[in-house]
Design a protein around this ligand. Structure first.
Ligand SMILES: [Zn+2]
Length: 379
């Protein structure tokens, strides 16, 4: 059969898919907004149900519900896991200043690229299967969650459990800027550093105080010195605060730190270094909380082999697939660490994720739908 049949199918119905995407973008869904996320989950569940999926809505008290769709395939085969999220970083009302619109070859709007276009890819692939008499090579489990943009705290266990029972994971996050798939992602850590000192009148008795702000300054430089870009390890003291008023020796100061590492060993070394931070100013105490919340997705031999197979599948579609690494984390970090070889960055091409110029390249929607369909048929 013509490997580009799915692409032609989607191309011929592109206006309909763009209208579907418009509806998804205009249904704003910031992480944490349970009513809006739940309403969107209802719409997606109905769509998947119409495509032959058995949809489980995973109730979530701590945020929007998550969705798992199971699409049948040959018995006895482990499923392929397709991973995405339907929350966005955009607060409600963004749509008024950044409306969904087509601007030449680009589609603009909050969350269009990260990653509502991916919901359309899933729908298009399964619609094409049904219309063209095609079928995936294995059962397919599709999981879309409501809290990826805020660290996946409520969906992590679900994603890991599904990854453990799956043959591999295909993550529909945006690709690298040049369209490359992502076969390695840094691990992501978050630390809170809190310094306790002793307050005193800055004019009358400064010698009775112990400045938490000065101590935090020492700690910031120590933390910054943990940067080792050559090894792929980075730390960023992103926020600092402390003190109460200029005439008081500050009793409290704190900072928030982002940390990244390319390997599990690098992440562990950073955790040890952070836990070992000790005060240098007499009378102060340093407390460090936190750690890595997304493990590094390392380019294992299994991931390299999966990419190689995908490259072959892409070739048959006339696509020259390339791969790369990123410092950003996604739910692919969890699927990979749970043992499912993971290919990430399978979303449509575009740019401006989390930024005002967020956009998707229209032409790549049929292309990426065809790629997803072919990966599900071949691998
Ligand atoms: Zn995303």
């Amino acid at each position: 059969m013509n490997p580009n049949a799915v692409r032609s199918f989607v191309d011929a119905r592109l206006e309909g898919y763009l209208a579907e995407l418009k509806g998804l973008v205009e249904h704003e869904s910031p992480s944490g907004d349970k009513p809006r996320l739940d309403a969107l989950a209802g719409k997606i569940a109905a769509r998947w149900g119409g495509l032959g999926g058995v949809v489980e809505r995973v109730a979530n008290e701590g945020g929007g519900d998550h969705l798992v769709g199971r699409f049948p395939g040959p018995a006895g085969e482990r499923p392929a896991l397709v991973v995405g999220h339907f929350d966005t970083v955009w607060p409600v009302g963004t749509i008024d200043r950044m409306p969904f619109r087509r601007d030449g070859g680009r589609l603009r709007g909050p969350g269009v690229y990260d990653m509502k276009a991916s919901l359309v890819l899933v729908a298009a692939a399964f619609e094409a299967f049904a219309a063209l008499g095609l079928a995936p090579r294995r059962p397919v489990t599709v999981v879309f969650t409501s809290d990826e943009e805020v660290g996946s705290t409520t969906s992590r266990g679900l994603i890991e459990a599904l990854a453990r029972e799956s043959a591999h994971a295909l993550v529909l996050e945006p690709p690298l800027a040049d369209g490359s798939l992502k076969t390695a992602r840094k691990g992501v850590g978050r630390f809170a550093v809190e310094v306790e000192g002793r307050a005193a009148h800055a004019g009358v008795a400064p010698e009775l105080g112990a400045s938490a702000v000065v101590e935090l300054a020492h700690q910031i430089l120590k933390i910054h010195a943990l940067n080792d870009p050559a090894a792929g390890t980075t730390v960023n003291v992103g926020t600092v605060a402390g003190g109460t008023t200029p005439n008081v020796v500050p009793a409290r100061a704190w900072a928030q730190v982002d940390a990244r590492a390319v390997t599990a060993a690098g992440a562990e070394a950073l955790e040890v270094a952070m836990a070992g931070l000790a005060a240098v100013t007499p009378g102060t105490r340093v407390k460090v909380a936190g750690g890595f919340n997304r493990p590094a997705m390392e380019r294992t031999p299994a991931i390299a082999a999966l990419f190689e197979r995908a490259r072959g599948v892409g070739e048959a579609l006339g696509l020259a697939l390339t791969e790369g690494a990123t410092g950003g984390g996604s739910d692919g970090n969890f699927t990979a660490a749970a043992g499912a070889p993971t290919l990430d960055g399978l979303g449509a091409l575009g740019g401006g994720a989390h930024a005002d110029d967020e956009h998707v390249l229209v032409d790549t929607i049929p292309e990426r739908a065809a790629l997803l369909a072919a990966l599900l048929m071949e691998i």
